[in-house]
Structures are given as structure tokens and as C-alpha cells.
Design a protein around this ligand. Structure first.
Ligand SMILES: [Zn+2]
Length: 426
């Protein structure tokens, strides 16, 4: 016999506050997504009542977070822009001057900073070359703080004027706990990165996997705009992935999201940086390509032990690109094999997620010309026939700076949400 159900907790004032903040965020997100929008359209898109939208937008206007777009032509001119009573509709937009945020991307060989206003417009971007692989967390924190202070000084802003900071790191990141379980950037085990950086900078910090940041950038500014279901696959020193499902970034139950690069494609196969074997990225990422090239071609001056040195990796890849362009058949074959395996993996993703499109991004897209054909053929050959030729695969050659923009977008997204702890409790 089923035990009697215990009644749920009574609604409290704290619940009401949480709901108000979530509603505020939904309205802000809709304005951010649309650029300029009327209250009636916000109500339709969010399923909030017109009265709630009026209350929330009133609060946001009072707080200076949004403004009336008086100087813009109403969308759709003429009758479409008029209310039922024939008056021009009031259009709302974000107030760019409401605050500034910063996005920081830590790569193996540089730290990129992107400072934006509240509407997401670039104020300043700065790239600082560093050697950030296998460093103690305190050293990485120093590098980030220095780069951020430099970008603030160039923007004539004090660090205290930055309302929030998004921080992108390659590796396994528990977003909600702000913990980095593993990253090529750090030389040791789990790092409480959000707590470390929040204490160091004295500002709210949000830490995420860098592939998720690329996905935010695509969602808000790139090819993902207007799509509720799409995937971003990033090929860099590793292979990352961000999934947008139902219009939201998919984070999974532990906040670890989707680790496409560590899906297994061969039992007991090639060793991967994660400590396991046979992962997709152990055949596709730049360290894998260099390993193959090193074994087959005995590249001058490139020892396998150098594969973790970002500057050696870059030199090796540049040399391989030169050789491939010069028609070296073996080097081309290495890239094609990586392309085949990436295409096979992408076919599996399409079969699993049924996305509207797949976006390829990341620094290695500079080498795309060498594996494009093999990848597209493998993807096409391995998707279910119902998907064939119906899921576009697009390439985005954006660099680190736009990933840093994604980090700024994360900060903007998180700023007006209730604290992470409160969201976890509901
Ligand atoms: Zn792995």
C-alpha cells in the first residue's frame, strides 16, 4: 500500500521572491533575444499574463535595466505596429548603459577578455599570450586577474564597475557548483574555481566549459539564433560540445553537460588526456593529429612529450598545414582520418538529438579544408536515412575573442537570475 502523501511545504515569501526574480529574468531574456519588443509580444512569448509583464517591465524601467526605444521605427510599420486602439505600441529594449560585464576565456596559450555593455555590445577586447597549461590554480588566477585588469584599464573602467564575469575553461566543469573537475589548464585535481575567482576579484563569477560559451555566442549572435534545438561541436586542443535543447543550454543532472569528445569510439583504443582510452578526441583533436604525424613523419624537433606545450603544438600544426597544402599525401591522410571519425561522431549526435543544425567551431576550423570532405561523407553515410541531407553542418571560424564574448553573454544571462543555490533548491 502506498504511504499517504505528505503535504508539500507552504508557499513562503521567499518562494514569491524567487518567482518574481525568475519572471524578471524571463522578460529580460525575451527582450535580449528580440532586441526591440512590445509588451504584448513578451507576454505571448513567455506565457506570462499581460498584467505580470506590465508589472515586471515597470520594475525593469525603474531599475534602468531597460528603456523605451523611442528613436526606433516600430517593427513592421503601419497597422502591424499599432495597438487595437490605433496607438503606436511602446517598444522596449535593453539599456546598454545599465552595467558592464566581462567574459574571459582561458586557452592553453592565451587569455582573452571581452568587456561588453548590458546590451552585449563590445566595449573592449584584449588578448594576452600566456602559458596556461598545467599551472597551479593560484597562477591561473593571477593570469586572469592581470588580463582582466588590463582590459578594464583600457576601457577606463574600474574592476568594481564590472557587474559580473563569465569565465570559460576547457575541461570538465560543474557549472552549478563552480568546480573544475579536470582541465588541461590546471596541474592538479578538482579546483573550486568559482569560489577562488570570486574571492580574488570581488565580483560575481560564473564558470563554464568553453564549448558552452561558444554555444551561448551562437545562440545569441550566430547561426543558432532562432533555433530551439541545435548543437555546437568545438574542435581545439580537445573536442567539446554544447547542446541547445528546447531553447535552453542543456547542462545535465550534475551540470557537466555533454562531453562529446570523450564518447568512446574504440574499446581500449588510443590514450586520451582524460586518462581513459578510445575517446573520440584521442583521434580528432590537435594532440591526436600531432601524435599520428609524429609517429609517421618524425617531425623534426617535435617530441611526443611536447604535445602538452601549447606553443610547440601550434608550431607543429602550422608545419602540418604547410605540408598538407604542399600536397603531402600522408599528412592529408591523417587529417582525412580525423575528419572521418569526427563525421561518424556527428552522425551519432544527429541520430541522438535530431538537431536543426550542427555548428562546427573552434580554432582547428582553420584546418577544416583538409578534412571537410571526409567528415561530411562520414556524417552523411552514418545518419539515419530520415535525417540524410536534412541537417545542415555549418562551420564558424570565430576565434577565442568571440568565445570570450560567449563568456560575457553567460554573465549577462546569469546576472539577474536568482542565486545558483536558490535555483538548486527548487
Ligand atoms: Zn577522453
Amino acid at each position: 500500500m502506498m504511504p499517504p502523501r505528505t503535504p508539500g511545504p507552504m508557499k513562503t515569501a521567499a518562494d514569491g521572491d524567487l518567482i518574481r526574480r525568475i519572471n524578471r529574468h524571463r522578460v529580460l531574456s525575451e527582450i535580449r533575444r528580440r532586441g526591440t519588443v512590445a509588451r504584448v509580444d513578451i507576454a505571448a512569448a513567455t506565457a506570462l499574463s499581460p498584467a505580470t509583464v506590465t508589472t515586471v517591465t515597470g520594475e525593469l524601467l525603474d531599475a534602468g535595466l531597460i528603456e523605451i526605444a523611442e528613436d526606433e521605427e516600430p517593427a513592421g510599420r503601419g497597422t502591424a505596429a499599432l495597438s487595437a486602439r490605433g496607438r503606436p505600441r511602446v517598444l522596449l529594449r535593453l539599456n546598454p548603459g545599465a552595467c558592464h560585464v566581462a567574459g574571459v576565456k582561458i586557452a592553453m596559450h592565451r587569455v582573452s577578455v571581452w568587456i561588453s555593455d548590458f546590451a552585449g555590445n563590445l566595449v573592449r577586447s584584449t588578448v594576452v599570450p600566456v602559458r596556461a597549461n598545467r599551472q597551479p590554480p593560484e597562477v591561473v588566477a593571477d593570469l586572469v586577474e592581470d588580463a582582466l585588469r588590463q582590459a578594464c584599464a583600457e576601457s577606463r573602467l574600474a574592476l568594481a564597475e564590472i557587474a559580473g564575469i563569465g569565465l570559460g575553461v576547457p575541461g570538465f566543469i560543474d557549472f552549478s557548483a563552480g568546480i573544475c573537475h579536470w582541465s588541461p589548464v590546471f596541474g592538479e585535481g578538482p579546483v573550486a574555481l568559482r569560489a577562488l575567482m570570486t574571492e580574488r576579484l570581488g565580483r560575481p563569477v560564473f564558470v563554464d566549459n568553453d564549448a558552452n560559451l561558444a554555444t551561448y555566442a551562437e545562440l545569441w549572435r550566430g547561426a543558432g539564433q532562432g533555433h530551439d534545438n541545435f548543437l555546437v561541436v568545438t574542435v581545439e586542443h580537445g573536442v567539446g560540445m554544447g547542446a541547445v535543447v528546447g531553447g535552453q543550454l542543456y547542462r545535465g543532472s550534475k551540470g557537466l553537460g555533454s562531453e562529446f569528445g570523450h564518447t568512446k569510439i574504440e574499446r581500449g583504443g588510443a590514450p586520451c588526456r582524460c586518462g581513459q582510452r578510445g575517446c573520440l578526441e584521442a583521434y580528432v583533436a590537435d594532440f591526436a593529429i600531432l601524435r599520428e604525424a609524429g609517429r609517421l613523419l618524425f617531425l623534426d624537433g617535435l617530441a611526443l612529450g611536447d604535445l602538452e606545450d601549447p606553443f610547440e603544438v601550434q608550431r607543429g600544426l602550422d608545419r602540418l598545414a604547410e605540408m598538407a597544402r604542399a600536397g603531402d599525401a600522408e599528412v592529408r591522410r591523417i587529417h582525412e582520418r580525423a575528419g572521418e571519425i569526427l563525421g561518424l561522431g556527428i552522425a551519432n549526435l544527429i541520430n541522438l538529438f535530431d538537431p536543426a543544425l550542427v555548428i562546427l567551431s573552434g580554432e582547428r576550423m582553420q584546418l577544416y579544408e583538409f578534412y571537410e570532405r571526409a567528415m561530411l561523407r562520414a556524417a552523411r553515410d552514418n545518419v539515419l536515412s530520415a535525417h540524410r541531407d536534412r541537417t545542415p553542418i555549418r562551420v564558424n571560424r570565430w576565434g577565442d575573442e568571440v568565445w570570450a564574448w560567449g563568456a560575457a553573454a553567460l554573465a549577462l544571462h546569469e546576472l539577474h537570475l536568482p542565486p545558483l543555490e536558490a535555483r538548486r533548491a527548487v
